[in-house]
Ligand binder design. Structure first.
Ligand code: HEC
Length: 154
């Protein structure tokens, strides 16, 4: 009994010792990596899940499951200059609709895009989702970057 306890104590001591040594050197590097990842990673997994959910709930009816829209009725989201280069305006459009957002001409399409969501988090999530799907290869926008967009009263 006593020997067993001693053995366990010695063993766990050995484990914690080896844990300490293995962490010791590596610790600093792993902290640095984490900081770097936070700065460059872009949208979180949760945000992409939310974005996909919103897309399937709201956007799919017009922009279709493949994001290609319908010729002359709903624009494709693949390689959209507006989406890729005026991303903040695209967020504003998802919130307030295309009639409201400067630079978008509903004239090209039979009807404008109606407002889709009423908050920054959802608008950013769905735009980040679209930016990283349908052969659009990445980019993202943060909620902080769009907080000065005025949300029209519903
Ligand atoms: C009722 C149909 C409809 C729905 C639903 C819809 N859109 Fe649109 N969308 C349009 C139309 C029409 C345009 C073109 C508007 C214009 O140019 O005035 C457009 C344009 C866009 C554009 C700009 C594309 C370009 O190059 O002009 C983006 C980005 C976009 N929509 C994203 C979304 C997202 C994201 C959702 C879902 C949250 C969504 N749309 C829901 C009809 C819709």
């Amino acid at each position: 009994m006593k020997t067993k306890t001693l053995l366990i104590a010695a063993f766990s001591g050995l484990i914690s010792l080896s844990l300490m040594t293995s962490c010791g050197g590596g610790q600093q590097t792993s902290t640095e990596t984490t900081t770097q990842v936070e700065q460059t990673a872009g949208p979180s997994a949760e945000q992409m899940v939310r974005g996909e959910q919103l897309y399937n709930e709201k956007c799919i009816a017009c922009h279709q499951a493949n994001g290609q829209g319908l010729p002359n009725v709903f624009p494709t989201l693949t390689g959209s200059d507006f989406l890729l280069n005026q991303t903040k305006m695209a967020v504003a459009q998802v919130i307030n609709g295309s009639e409201k957002v400067a630079g978008q001409t509903a004239i090209k399409y039979p009807a404008p895009m109606p407002p889709q969501v009423d908050n920054y988090e959802d608008a950013v999530a769905v735009i980040n989702y679209v930016l990283n799907n349908f052969d659009n290869n990445g980019g993202f926008i943060t909620v902080d970057e769009v907080k000065d967009i005025e949300i029209d009263p519903r």
